[in-house]
Ligand binder design. Structure first.
Ligand code: NAP
Length: 286
């Protein structure tokens, strides 16, 4: 019997690509979307590729929708073999320009939403003595960058949560993997860019720096060699490896920066890497 996998936020971007990739390789995929209105688009993409996707409505901040979807998967397939925690939102802007409510929303979706979905699937995975929990973090969950305080904090939180959870559930036969992609061109960089309401306010003391930061981000997005398919492949690996790794980095840029951080003494890395980032944006690092 084919293994069932739930993906959150699968209406576009990395989630949709992963859903299609897994369905092509024999998984029963529940490509959940927060708005029922996005269902048709996902179904159309699935039909174009000749695969079947189930498309339940699941908003990670709406517990009833989580319960209902997990209940449906259990009723239809008898198990939830894997979960890909992919849903996430961005918030771009210097900290002083980010409102409390905007920051809380990022934590609600990226952190508490992920916890809620985990809580919903764990009992059945535990009883089955198998299951794979895959968390789509980010290079921003290992190395933070300016104008993304809330986003990086949410991804650092996910890294800590998942690393801790791994130690709790490994003795039960469950696997946890954290996936850390570099920048990838998806809707995240257009419709979902998540610019804080005050970030471009002419009165903001950070406006100019933020604009420069955005221009630099655009260059990185435009020139990024990493594609959604690379994430899909790594998710597949984490779902099928006999011994999946705790962490997978995706994209050579993410790998090189993390390697640099591992090799250089802390202070040197900070001076070199963060110093260069600050110089490019603010013209000076102190
Ligand atoms: N693209 C990158 O450069 C990059 C790099 C590193 C990590 N990541 C991470 O990879 C994941 C996917 O990113 P992406 O680039 O594919 O972003 P995306 O194109 O913006 O897609 C994000 C998806 O999450 C969904 N979503 C938002 N709020 C939700 C909620 N409350 N409940 C359920 N789903 C919700 C969105 O649905 P709606 O459209 O209906 O809002 C959308 O389908 C995110 O966790 C992101 O942080 C992305």
């Amino acid at each position: 019997m084919s293994k069932s996998v739930l993906i959150t936020g699968a209406g576009m971007g990395l989630g949709l690509e992963t859903a299609l990739y897994l369905a092509q390789r024999g998984f029963t995929v529940y490509a959940s979307v927060p708005e029922a209105a996005h269902r048709d688009l996902v179904m159309t993409r699935a039909a174009e590729q000749g695969v079947t996707l189930h498309v339940p409505r699941l908003d990670v901040t709406d517990e009833a929708s989580i319960r209902e979807t997990v209940g449906t998967i259990l009723a239809e397939t008898g198990h939830v073999y894997g979960v890909v925690h992919n849903a996430g939102i961005s918030l771009r802007g210097y900290f002083e320009d980010c409102e409390e409510e905007e920051i809380r929303r990022v934590m609600e979706v990226n952190f508490f939403g992920t916890l809620a979905v985990t809580r919903a699937v764990l009992p059945s995975m535990r009883q089955a003595g198998q299951g794979r929990l895959i968390f789509i973090s980010s290079i921003g969950g290992r190395i933070a960058s300016m104008a993304r305080t809330a986003y990086c904090a949410s991804k650092f939180a996910i890294e800590g949560f998942a690393e801790s959870l791994m130690q709790e559930v490994a003795p039960l036969g469950l696997h946890v993997s954290i996936i850390e992609p570099a920048i990838i061109r998806t809707e995240r960089w257009t419709v979902h860019r998540g610019i804080a309401r005050r970030a471009l306010d002419p009165d903001s003391p950070y406006r100019e720096w933020f604009q420069r930061q955005e221009e630099l981000a655009d260059v990185l997005v435009r020139t990024s060699p990493t594609k959604p398919m690379h994430v899909a492949r790594v998710v597949y690996r984490a779902l099928t490896a006999r011994r999946p790794r705790l962490r997978y980095m995706v994209g050579w840029r993410a790998k090189s920066v993390l390697l640099l951080r591992r090799l250089l003494p802390g202070e040197l890395f900070e001076r070199f890497y963060f110093g260069e980032a600050m110089r490019r944006v603010a013209g000076s690092s102190s």
